[in-house]
Design a protein around this ligand. Structure first.
Ligand code: SAM
Ligand code: SF4
Length: 452
């Protein structure tokens, strides 16, 4: 749980210079509706299955279980689409604010990048021989990180060739990657386009240049806009990540940033609060951020979310606002009941109700071989988790759609009363902007309600 006892500024004081596009009434009402049941300082991070309890199997045991399961389901699943996720943990440098598992290679860079690509290709080769995996239509190949572009054009081409040769990628497959503006040079962009990539997850974080400098982004906001426009000209789908709570951040600039990105043609916005964890604690301490109230960040988050909703963007993930072009295919795979083949260090995937995960870099590169995909552990959903799965999917991956009032009446009526969910046009429920902030709390409550 994220906790802070620091007193927030007064509402009117925080919004004193608020630009006209901020929907003050909506933000005030959303905060008031929490009625003390929910506190923006006490939001809970939504956690994946493997982080909630120990693995059932480890190492070779996971692989034996997965092989048996993929073999027994081969005929039944041969036509079922699946996603491929490839994790690349490397970056040009480690940003102080970042809490992701990513790092800079201090030595033998070229050799290590080549060796990592070799390992990932070996892993893909191994998976492709299991059950019907090589036949299943691939809905997306998503490269996440870290900064996958850091692998370089040659290694990226090798990865793409490997996926195309081993799996059933087709013209409908969406090729996507996460990157920084700095790594997206025009040569890299040309290569990516030629390889078939058509979706960009750009880690923008902030469009305020002073903030960008403080968090180590080398390129100005103007260059972000140039990249977005270049990608949109070639009909790519562009999604951006923005963070609330960065040092020196100003509401007016935050809103202006969203507007300029929208005007440049961005299709989807993922909004985050700056998380402070072990990985970035020292940086946060140096920035004076460890003793903070989360309330202003909550307000800023709501301001952005209401603005996006007023301009036709709607959620297809708890914290992602998208236009109709942006299906966000990788992040929403559970809503389509798809499996996820994930490869690379710390990548986690799922087949049916079996979740598996890879270890960190050093273990991963030591473990992957022609007969073992370097797995760390795996677990099968137990009875309670199986029943709970549709709620988890509904809350997390569907932006609140698919939560059912008849099964959790007490929770549903509290969430409605506290303004975390509202009835949508189809009669179902969706998360409000405030609900997006408290999704982890709702998951925790739903899980407890289910188990009791
Ligand atoms: C795994 S990173 C990869 C993106 C890419 N390397 C970049 O830096 O732009 C994905 C996203 O996680 C988010 N993120 C990283 N550190 C965060 C933190 N401490 N709190 C909240 N979000 C964070 C950022 O918005 C980032 O774009
Ligand atoms: S924010 Fe992106 S570029 Fe920076 S360390 Fe994290 S993953 Fe790497």
């Amino acid at each position: 749980m994220i906790v802070s006892n620091i007193a927030p500024p007064r509402f009117m004081e925080f919004f004193r210079d608020s630009p006209p596009e901020v929907n003050l009434d909506a933000i005030w009402s959303a905060h008031a509706a929490l009625r003390g049941y929910y506190n923006p300082n006490e939001w809970v991070l939504p956690l994946p299955a493997w982080a909630m309890r120990p693995y059932d199997d480890s190492g070779e045991g996971v692989w034996a279980t997965l092989q048996a399961c993929l073999e027994s389901q081969a005929a039944a699943t041969a036509n079922d689409p699946m996603c491929i996720y490839i994790h690349v943990p490397f970056c040009t440098r480690k940003c102080g604010f970042c809490d992701s598992y990513s790092f800079h290679l201090k030595s033998h860079r070229v050799e290590r990048l080549d060796a990592y690509t070799d390992r990932v290709c070996a892993e893909l080769e191994l998976w492709s021989k299991q059950g019907a995996l090589s036949q299943r239509p691939v809905s997306t190949v998503h490269l996440g990180g870290g900064t996958p572009a850091y692998l370089g054009e040659r290694n990226l081409s090798r990865l793409v060739e490997c996926c195309r040769r081993l799996f059933n990628t087709n013209p409908a497959t969406e090729w996507a990657l996460e990157t920084t503006v700095e790594s997206l040079t025009s040569s890299m962009f040309t290569t990516l386009h030629a390889l078939g990539f058509r979706r960009l997850h750009l880690g923008v974080q902030s469009m305020q240049d002073e903030v960008r400098t403080l968090i180590g982004r080398k390129r100005p906001a103007l260059e972000v806009i140039e990249r977005v426009e270049a990608a949109r000209t070639l009909d790519w789908i562009v999604s951006v990540d923005l963070i609330c709570g960065l040092p020196g951040q100003i509401l007016r600039e935050y809103m202006a940033g969203i507007q300029s990105l929208m005007a440049a043609g961005v299709d989807g916005f993922s909004l985050y609060e700056l998380l402070i964890r072990r990985q970035n604690y020292r940086w946060a301490e140096a920035q004076g951020l460890t003793e903070r109230s989360h309330v202003p960040n909550y307000w800023m988050f709501l301001a952005g979310a209401y603005w996006l909703e007023a301009h036709g963007f709607s959620k297809n993930l708890f914290n992602h606002w998208a236009n109709t072009r942006d299906r966000n295919i990788y992040f929403t795979f559970p809503t389509r009941g798809e499996d996820l083949l994930a490869v690379g260090t710390i990548a986690y995937g799922v087949f049916g109700d079996y979740h598996y995960r890879h270890p960190r870099y050093a273990d991963y590169v030591g473990l992957v071989s022609a007969t073992f995909p370097g797995l760390e552990g795996g677990l099968r959903r137990n009875m309670a988790e199986r029943h709970f799965q549709p709620y988890l999917t509904g809350l997390l991956a569907a932006g609140g759609n698919g939560i059912f009032s008849e099964t959790l009446p007490a929770q549903m009526s509290r969430w409605t009363a506290c303004g975390l969910i509202h009835q949508n046009q189809t009669g179902g429920f969706s998360l409000t902007p405030s609900g997006s902030w408290f999704t982890g709390n709702m998951i925790h409550e739903a899980r407890s309600g289910f188990e009791s």
